[in-house]
Structures are given as C-alpha cells and as structure tokens.
Design a protein around this ligand. Structure first.
Ligand SMILES: [Zn+2]
Length: 131
C-alpha cells in the first residue's frame, strides 16, 4: 500500500500516512490526532472511524443514533476558524485530483471540448483552467 494518500487505495489508516502532516476527516473536519482512524479516499478525502460508524448506523437502520451536529451558524468563532484549514485541504486535494485526471485525459488525446463538456464548461474555459 502506498504511503501517499493521493494515490492510495481505500483502507489507508493514518499509520500509513506521512506523520509530518495533519489530515482531516472530510465529513466532520476533525484532525487526525483527534480521531482513532482515518480512511483515505482519492484526492485527500478522508473519513474517520466515528463518521464510518454513523454511516453504518444509517445504512443498517435508516437512522443514526448520533445527535445531529449544530448548524455552523451557531458555532463559536474559534470553531469556525479551526475549520478553515481542513476545508482548504479538502478543496485543494480535490482540485489536485481534478487537475491530475484532466492531465490523464489529455495524455489520452481527449479533446478540450470533451473535457469541457464533461465539466459543463466551454472548450476554451477548460483549456484556460487546466493547461
Ligand atoms: Zn469524521
């Protein structure tokens, strides 16, 4: 299994990731040092063990025993500030993944028109954004 979460398959735990970085659950946005395990998806997307448990509850029973989170509008300022880095990391990871997939498509000689069409943007906009 690769140590690089951007190319890893699912089932990567934080033990498999470079320890110098902090990773965040893409669902609850908690950092890796506050959760027991993180499962890596593609493009720096992670899910923690507690969010997996919540998903399992929902899949098995159609509901979750866990209380819903308070709306962000009600969160203290410090909590909102603490969310900025995890959100930025998630967005940046997906952006890098998007760029990589576009580059793969271009290496396969897929046209900017087809890439733009898949994204719902013009050929020109796709070229300007990704070339
Ligand atoms: Zn989580």
């Amino acid at each position: 299994m690769s140590a690089n979460p951007e190319v890893s398959e699912h089932r990567t735990s934080t033990a498999d990731l470079p320890q110098a970085e902090t990773y965040y659950c893409s669902f609850c946005l908690r950092p890796s040092d506050e959760v027991e395990k993180l499962v890596a998806g593609h493009g720096r997307i992670f899910i923690c063990d507690e969010c997996v448990a919540t998903c399992n509850d929902y899949i098995l029973t159609g509901t979750s025993a866990r209380p819903p989170r308070a709306p962000l509008e009600e969160a203290p300022t410090e909590r909102l500030l603490s969310l900025l880095k995890p959100i930025e990391d998630t967005v940046e990871g997906k952006s890098n993944q998007l760029q990589s997939v576009v580059e793969m498509l271009r290496s396969r000689r897929v046209s900017w028109a087809r890439i733009g069409q898949a994204l719902g943007i013009s050929r020109q906009a796709a070229w300007e954004r990704f070339s």
